[in-house]
Design a protein around this ligand. Sequence first.
Ligand code: HEC
Length: 175
Amino acid sequence: MTLFARARHGILPTFAALLTLGLVQAGLAEEHRVTGEAPGAFVVEDGKVDPDTYEGYLIYTRVCMACHGPDGLGSSFAPNLVRAVERRGWENFAGTIASGREVQPGQVMPSFADDPNVMGNIPKIFSYLRARGEGGLGRGRPEIIESMQEPDAKSDANGVAGEQEAEAAEEANAE
Ligand code: HEC
């Protein structure tokens, strides 16, 4: 199965811009074809993904998995996020990460407003979770589609260091 998407958005200047763009683009997804510069764009091709979706996996695994469980599937403590993005959409997703949430007393979703690595990468986390749901992406660490490999990926903030941290998180979880 091949899903086409333009995942070429850079990091947008402000969080407000991300929200606005998300609102404009929210209605454009059609079946398994995700087009435009929307947050949440992704490509899944034979179980492999575009580089942004891959980074979304790394950040999810490093930052969110401890509470939300491996592969976005939820835990006894925090909800399934693959389903949450399908139900709630971009604006709600990004808003929850920025503001945090506590509906059930004691079950706290922390605010990541002070964590630029998370705030600047919410669209990539969103892409990963949509790829897991709509995109039919399987569990575990995906590979990057060869033709989309970015030669400078290693110098990226989420390059080698990000992979090592994600690996450590994966291993801690497997124990
Ligand atoms: C310390 C544990 C913890 C961490 C870390 C955490 N979450 Fe949460 N999250 C929660 C809990 C608990 C809830 C449920 C809160 C409630 O509904 O009262 C939640 C809820 C959410 C929701 C709303 C889900 C829904 O059903 O509407 C989203 C979206 C979300 N988290 C995204 C994330 C993302 C993305 C990350 C990583 C950047 C993350 N969370 C990291 C604990 C956590």
